[in-house]
Design a protein around this ligand. Structure first.
Ligand code: CA
Length: 426
């Protein structure tokens, strides 16, 4: 598919992340104004709440669904309504539409430079998976040796755990370094203090648009239909706390302090031309996990690191197509026990690492457990994240003459708050 040209000129720039082909959904505010639903186009935001209130474009004829400060009510309308809305919105923005339409829509455009972006959805529940084979092999090799790198269930089950929706924040939110228990191998007793091995996990987040009924599993094809769209996701991780706490029930506090997501939900419709199959199976999957078609996406991903007030260095490049399981497979597996899923559930893909060393989706892999420090542009070295460092994820699917961008997913680390009575709560 070529670039769809818009009368909004900035949407036709070859390097914009938000051409008319994209139309991602977010939530914004201007100054101290109320939160509004918006759609990114070039360097503008289309005020979708305003279009609905003015009767210029409604998702539902009978009820306002874009008045709420998130896209959850819209998502709950389901795939037919999503498609109709997207088609009608694109129709208003295409190059060549009549001047009266352009004038009416222009009154609802807000320059992106003037807004604050917020979480685009109310995150109802958060599940995090472990579906990147290169990541699982790398981490397993470091912790258990190369022979036992992949757990015996890994090639049969998309492994995951239930995370914390309360800790999901929008890109740009500052992250306080967590504290927790750690124990050195030669110590008799654990100690409590700030995390010393603070890390990122480069992931994609899949957003569940329509619910499933408790007690009723869904197929992989039905799961794909339920997914509304995708965001970039950084699952901040405290490696030293994780190493001591994780047996036998898996991660807990090491993964419950912050997960950042990018502010724009890129719809499945925008990503349609970039569908790609999961890699060849090494062991046959059970029938309920078979995919009826390609359900991964070819999305280039990168990570940068910047010390305080210093330029950023790109520390990793990889691609979402490296995952072993798709979000649709993960969602089908999630419902396979009868677990009900809800509008606004967020599924983390698991860390996305490629086969090469510079393709690691975590510092744990990029520095091989802290043994091979990274050298940044500034000459500084890093094993893990230091206070004041800013980590930024970017992602884009590359088309012919356009790209489907996700915006950025960024966060800066603040020093730890060591005791409940230290410091002043904001
Ligand atoms: Ca994770």
């Amino acid at each position: 598919m070529p670039l769809l040209k818009s009368w909004v000129a900035s949407a036709n720039a070859p390097d914009t992340p938000f051409p008319l082909n994209n139309l991602p959904y977010g939530v914004f505010s201007v100054g101290h104004g109320a939160l509004r639903c918006g759609v990114a186009l070039g360097d503008q935001i289309i005020d979708a709440t305003g279009l609905e209130a003015a009767g210029l474009l409604r998702a539902d004829e009978d009820a306002d669904v874009l008045g709420a400060p998130n896209w959850n009510d819209f998502m709950a309308l389901g795939p037919a309504a999503w498609a109709t809305y997207r088609t009608r919105l694109a129709g208003l923005l295409l190059e060549g539409v009549e001047q009266a339409t352009q004038n009416a829509i222009t009154a609802h455009l807000v320059p992106m430079a003037q807004v604050t972006l917020h979480l685009p959805l109310k995150v109802v529940e958060f599940t995090d998976f472990y579906a990147g084979k290169h990541h699982a092999k790398n981490v397993g090799t470091m912790f258990r040796g190369p022979e036992n790198a992949l757990p015996p269930n890994w090639q049969h089950i998309p492994i995951g755990y239930n995370g914390r929706a309360s800790s999901v924040v929008v890109s740009g939110t500052q992250i306080t370094r967590p504290c927790g228990q750690t124990k050195a191998p030669d110590a008799d007793m654990p100690s409590f203090g700030p995390c010393k091995r603070l890390d990122i996990e480069l992931e994609m987040g899949a957003i569940v648009g329509t619910p499933s009924q408790m007690g009723w599993p869904v197929s992989v094809a039905e799961a794909d239909d339920m997914i509304f769209g995708y965001v970039l996701l950084n699952d901040w991780s405290a490696r030293d706390i994780q190493a001591w706490e994780y047996q036998p029930l898996g991660p807990f506090q090491a993964k419950a302090f912050a997960t950042s997501i990018s502010p724009w939900i890129v719809t499945k419709a925008a990503l349609e031309p970039f569908r790609i199959s999961t890699p060849a199976r090494e062991k046959d999957l059970l029938p309920y996990l078979h995919e009826p078609g390609p359900m991964l996406y070819d999305i280039d991903l990168a990570v940068t690191m910047a010390p305080a007030d210093q330029p950023a260095t790109t520390i990793a490049r990889t691609n979402y197509k490296e995952m072993y399981y798709s979000a649709a497979q993960q969602l089908a597996h999630h419902t396979s026990s009868g677990c009900g899923m809800n509008t606004g559930d967020l599924l983390g893909s698991g860390t996305i690492s490629g086969p090469e060393k510079h393709e690691g989706g975590s510092l744990l892999e990029l520095t091989w457990g802290g043994k091979a420090p990274l050298t940044l542009k500034t000459g500084e070295t890093r094993n893990f994240i230091e206070d004041g460092d800013t980590l930024t994820l970017t992602g884009a699917a590359k088309g012919e003459g356009y790209q489907i961008g996700f915006g950025t997913c960024t966060g800066t680390i603040l020093p730890a708050v060591k005791t409940p009575d230290e410091g002043t709560k904001p």
